[in-house]
Design a binder for this molecule. Sequence first.
Ligand SMILES: Nc1nc2c(ncn2[C@@H]2O[C@H](COP(=O)(O)OP(=O)(O)OP(=O)(O)O)[C@@H](O)[C@H]2O)c(=O)[nH]1
Ligand SMILES: [Mg+2]
Length: 208
Amino acid sequence: MSISVPQYAHTLFAQPCDFVLAAAESEQFPLSKMPEIAFIGRSNVGKSSLINALVGRKKLARTAHQPGRTQQIIFFNLGQKLMLVDLPGYGYAKAPRSETARWYELMKTYLKMRPTLNCVCLLIDGRHGVKENDQEMMTFLDRAAASYQIVLTKVDKVSSSQRDVLVADITKILGLHPAARPGVLMTSAAETIGIEDLRMCLAAFVPA
Ligand SMILES: Nc1nc2c(ncn2[C@@H]2O[C@H](COP(=O)(O)OP(=O)(O)OP(=O)(O)O)[C@@H](O)[C@H]2O)c(=O)[nH]1
Ligand SMILES: [Mg+2]
């Protein structure tokens, strides 16, 4: 008997999800054959919170009130089927320059050389829209030929008319970026909005 896509996605993300390791250098990236999804975006955009919401755990990925908390690349194994990767946030003005340069290099190495990377979720804070450094990241991902999905976060703080404007603006920008997947997903980790849709989008990378 076949199961529906929503059921498959729900079951996939209900599997146990375990911390694998936190890598500060590319030599530490784990060997893996699982399809991999990375979460990237400005500092404080809600990457760790979104990973927690996807796997239904409150404290798997560490979240923080202070921006710039995730400073390493953190790997999580979802039921031996999918690797979820929490990348350090970019654009935190108060981070020391030397550290920022190091994180950027690590992130760029990861994005360029990870053969199992199937999709990058590029998170955009729904309250702020696309910033210059988000556009730079899109251009970087285009050049690295890394396919990416735009995911709006914190939409619980955004009115429905603001959401419409944001989606229209982003759709225009996406036309300029060849590696961007079409469409914009709207999510709120705080109020569990759009989480099932994101699960379905990501489950498509996992063979049934
Ligand atoms: N209102 C609202 N707040 C959220 C949501 N998701 C995350 N936050 C808050 O935003 C802040 C940052 O969340 P994180 O998940 O730590 O963000 P991050 O992108 O992992 O941050 P760094 O690792 O520091 O780059 C925390 O205070 C969260 O509680 C959401 O859906 N709605
Ligand atoms: Mg984080």
